[in-house]
Design a protein around this ligand. Structure first.
Ligand SMILES: Cc1ncc(COP(=O)(O)O)c(C=O)c1O
Length: 383
């Protein structure tokens, strides 16, 4: 049977939800409605001022020259690979512990994904990259997972030594930095997602490519709009993948709140750390400010337990919404034909990870409740 997202109905109101779109909407209602009304009353729907403004906001925020709004991070990565000349016969190095889009985009270009294992921080283990490089390698796609940037110092060094393109999957890392440099600004391009559950979420799908290359930005502008150079002149075949002006208007409103939301995410991460760090059975992410090189934005708060499935059942029974990203790594998805890779750390992580609710819309008392229920689980298991 085919899975469709609309088949997943909310079965219960959670005491601690993983996302709370209505609550976020209520807090911004006046600002959002004014922005939506403005767009609709002017009829500015496709590639208009709000898109330009959002692109400007994002380029400034990430610290790059250009930003091109598209309809998703999936297309942002696909267009980046195409613009960098990745195609049939090329190999692209990435990870299996990621959302399918990273790997799918490589395949859609006609290239071959080469999957390397991740490290303890869930990001690409950059020490394994050189061994995966062959004469066919054209690009590396690091994924900055859960709001933490990959070790980009080592990775960029390898890329430049081997003359490789770097396309950053920064879908989960808007605002995160490594050595003071923002996710998305290290590579040839950085790709972001504004899927509603992301820390900056649209009211539907949206994405963006950021880059310092004028040539790449120009190519992506063509790809997103049918290859049109002008209304009547085509530079080639393109796609229909424009960021909607209405979504951009919503994103411009929310963008103003992003720094505050990131701070709140970091506060909640600190709270979890304080409440859970004395449980030896649970592996936690590093707390904020524990390493000067990293500014983490906690897009997800991922913990690990060898008793993951029982713990998840216990938390769900307690009214806490838990996500598992991802229980099956990409090389274990039979239909994708990637099962020739052997990635022990990825496989272990897939068995052990669970994501706890961490959104600016939840209160400290809700986090304390999650902490209490986790403590209760491990106490009960000791008896
Ligand atoms: C790591 C990662 N890459 C890519 C994507 C794809 O983003 P989008 O849904 O905007 O295409 C996501 C979204 O969930 C993601 O988490």
């Amino acid at each position: 049977m085919l899975f469709e997202l609309w088949q997943v109905k909310p079965v219960m109101a959670y005491k601690v939800p993983f996302v709370d779109f209505p609550k976020q909407y209520r807090t911004l209602e006046q600002e959002l409605l004014a922005a939506i009304k403005d767009v609709l009353t002017h009829g500015d729907l496709i590639l208009r001022e709000e898109v330009r403004r959002f692109e400007h906001n994002m380029a400034n925020f990430v610290g790059v020259r250009y930003a091109v709004g598209v309809n998703s991070c999936t297309d942002a990565m696909y267009f980046s690979l195409l613009a960098a000349g990745v195609g049939p016969g090329d190999e692209v190095i990435t990870v299996a512990h990621t959302f399918v889009a990273t790997v799918a985009d490589i395949v859609h270009c006609g290239a071959t994904p080469i999957l390397v294992d991740v490290g303890d921080d869930y990001n690409m283990n950059v020490d394994l990259v050189e061994a995966a490089i062959t004469p066919r390698t054209k690009a590396i796609m690091p994924v900055h997972l859960n709001g933490r940037v990959c070790d980009m110092e080592k990775l960029m060094k390898i890329a430049s030594q081997h003359n490789l393109v770097v396309i950053e999957d920064a879908a989960q890392a808007l605002g995160a930095t490594f050595d003071g440099t923002k996710a998305g600004s290290f590579g040839t391009t950085g790709c972001f997602s504004f899927y509603p559950a992301k820390s900056l979420g649209a009211a539907g799908d949206a994405g963006i490519v950021v880059t310092n290359s004028r040539e790449i930005a120009d190519k992506i502008r063509l790809y997103r709009d049918h290859g049109r150079q002008t209304k009547d002149d085509l530079a080639g075949f393109g796609f229909n993948s424009r960021l909607d002006n209405l979504q951009a208007a919503i994103l411009n409103v929310k963008f103003k709140h992003l720094p505050r939301w990131i701070e709140r995410r970091r506060e909640l991460a600190k709270l979890y750390h304080q409440g859970l760090s004395d449980l030896p059975e649970l592996k936690l992410p590093p707390p904020p400010q524990s390493d000067d090189r990293y500014f983490d934005v906690y897009q997800n708060y991922v913990v690990r337990s060898q008793e993951r499935d029982k713990l998840v059942a216990h938390l769900r029974e307690s009214g806490i919404e838990i996500l598992i990203s991802w229980p099956k790594p990409m090389h274990h998805q039979k239909a994708l034909g990637l099962n020739h890779f052997h990635l022990p750390r990825t496989e272990q992580i897939s068995r052990e990870v669970l994501s706890l609710p961490l959104i600016p819309e939840i209160g400290n008392e809700q986090v304390e409740y999650v902490i209490e229920r986790i403590g209760n689980f491990f106490v009960k298991r000791e008896v």
